[in-house]
Design a protein around this ligand. Structure first.
Ligand SMILES: NC(=O)c1ccc[n+]([C@@H]2O[C@H](COP(=O)([O-])OP(=O)(O)OC[C@H]3O[C@@H](n4cnc5c(N)ncnc54)[C@H](O)[C@@H]3O)[C@@H](O)[C@H]2O)c1
Length: 441
């Protein structure tokens, strides 16, 4: 594949539907890093290393020196929102980053202004923005988004574009007939089918013109056959769902450790409080359901009660999220984990994580954007499940079970990068190399 890898020539446009807390924190962080005001901590593409085989000189190069990623200096940002705030205003409103830092990069942030959004309040009841396209049909809305992308490319002189959905979590939706094929989906766009969510309109627009699309929220979005088929047809990388931050990040770090030691788990109660706009959206039951479904699958996939009924057959897993404005973006989560060991003797683990939601999510958005662009230049398309490392509820190839163990996910990601550059580590098992190439359909 190395021979087919196109270089990262020219500028990369990163377009974000939803210029809220996560998006503005990511954009401000990249600009601050570019100016030497801060460091891109938490980003694997910027600070992570990869291990190469023996006799390769530097056996542990930085990932960004090993694979031809777009440089942060060559990245341009844009996006859509239902509020007209520019990114300086959005970041100030989100109150994630220090105002001194924002003021130091204010001119750069102020030039990034949203384009009018495709929005349907039926999908996000708790928001009331008005900066919305007035398209007659969802089909027309998709065409307008395509024009937005093309105009952005021209005006910013970018050679490539990727999209990462950083918009609000939409209400819970199950796959239905309109999502089944490209034809049924396009017919649904034309007759305004209620089961086509706004995020799907963005995904359709992007993928139809070969722009990679990664979904950072738990919505279905790209996880429907119509978009998967379209991605194959237009040879476009897609992926999702839901950035893996906070409590789920902790879960996928701790659970593999308990499983490795064959310790039993019979209860895992997780509760959170958060007070940002995301928390407000999730305060609605229908939107919370989408998030809950995305978070619940993680433990079963890691602990595999089907293989270990004595250890995990009785596992009770409960998740709550409560909107609590005083905490803003500083989410606090509590986990009570009831475990048992030798001769069934019970023990407890308590985790109290005082995290910063958008600080954890921002580097994930950056990495997903840079890796999606890399995948496209490497000729990879369809569902990019090697990016599961970053996602709470990974979209997989049809029929494939999701991998949620963060250590296995990291291994797959690195093996995929090695496969792209035709390198092998002494540990590289053939099975991982095979799995990695499945993303190239
Ligand atoms: N922060 C985290 O740790 C984290 C983790 C996993 C997933 N997420 C998801 O990432 C997304 C963004 O989170 P956030 O904290 O930035 O939320 P936020 O509310 O600050 O930002 C979301 C933005 O999307 C906009 N929006 C809503 N619908 C839109 C549409 N159809 N088109 C364009 N813009 C639209 C909203 O106006 C808002 O400005 C949410 O879906 C959230 O669930 C966040």
């Amino acid at each position: 594949m190395k021979e087919q890898m196109l270089p990262a020539e020219g500028k990369l446009g990163i377009l974000l539907p939803g210029l809220g807390a996560v998006a503005s924190t990511m954009i401000a962080g990249v600009i601050a890093s570019r100016k030497g005001l801060s460091k891109p901590i938490g980003s694997l593409t910027q600070t992570g290393h990869i291990e190469l085989g023996e006799g390769k000189g530097d056996r542990y190069p930085l990932i960004k020196d090993f694979v031809p990623l777009a440089s942060l200096d060559e990245v341009v940002f844009g996006g859509w929102d239902i509020y007209e705030d520019n990114v300086y205003q959005a970041a100030s409103h989100a109150r994630v980053l220090d105002q001194h830092l924002l003021n130091a990069i204010r001119p750069e942030l102020e030039t990034i202004k949203p384009m009018k959004a495709v929005f349907d309040r039926d999908y996000v009841k708790n928001l009331d923005g008005t900066f919305i396209k007035q398209s007659a049909t969802k089909w027309e809305a998709a065409q307008e988004l395509i024009r937005d992308i093309e105009t952005f490319k021209k005006e910013n002189n970018v050679s490539r574009v990727v999209i990462v959905w950083t918009g609000s979590t939409e209400k819970y939706l199950e796959q239905s007939a309109v999502h089944e094929t490209i034809a049924s989906f396009e017919a649904g766009l034309k007759n305004n089918d209620a089961a086509i969510a706004p995020s799907m309109v963005y995904a359709y627009a992007a993928v139809s013109i070969g722009v990679p699309f990664i979904n950072g929220a738990p919505n279905l979005t790209t996880d429907i056959p119509a978009i998967v088929q379209l991605a194959r047809k237009t040879k476009t990388p897609i992926g999702g769902k839901d950035f893996k931050t906070g409590q789920t990040l902790m879960k996928t770090i701790v659970a593999p450790g308990l499983a490795a030691r064959s310790l039993g788990v019979n209860g895992w109660f997780s509760t959170n409080i958060l007070g940002n706009r995301d928390g407000l959206v999730l305060d609605d039951e229908e939107n919370f359901k989408t998030k809950e479904v995305s978070k619940l699958g993680v433990l079963e996939d890691i602990l595999r009660p089907d293989l270990h009924p004595d250890l995990y057959g009785e596992l009770y897993h409960k998740i709550r999220i409560n909107y609590y404005p005083p905490h803003g973006d500083n989410k606090e989560s509590w986990d009570n984990i009831d475990i048992f060991g030798w001769l069934n003797y019970p023990m407890q683990i308590k985790i109290n994580f005082l995290c910063r939601d958008s600080i954890l999510a921002a580097p994930i958005v950056l990495d997903l954007a840079l890796f999606a662009d890399l995948a496209q230049r490497a000729g990879m398309y369809g569902v990019q499940d090697w990016l599961s490392f970053y996602l709470k509820s990974p979209q997989t190839q049809a029929g494939e079970p999701a991998e949620n163990d963060i250590f296995k996910q990291l291994n797959t990601l690195k093996q995929t990068l090695l496969g792209m550059m035709q390198e092998q580590t002494p540990q590289a098992p053939a099975v991982n190399r095979a799995k990695a190439t499945e993303a190239i359909i």
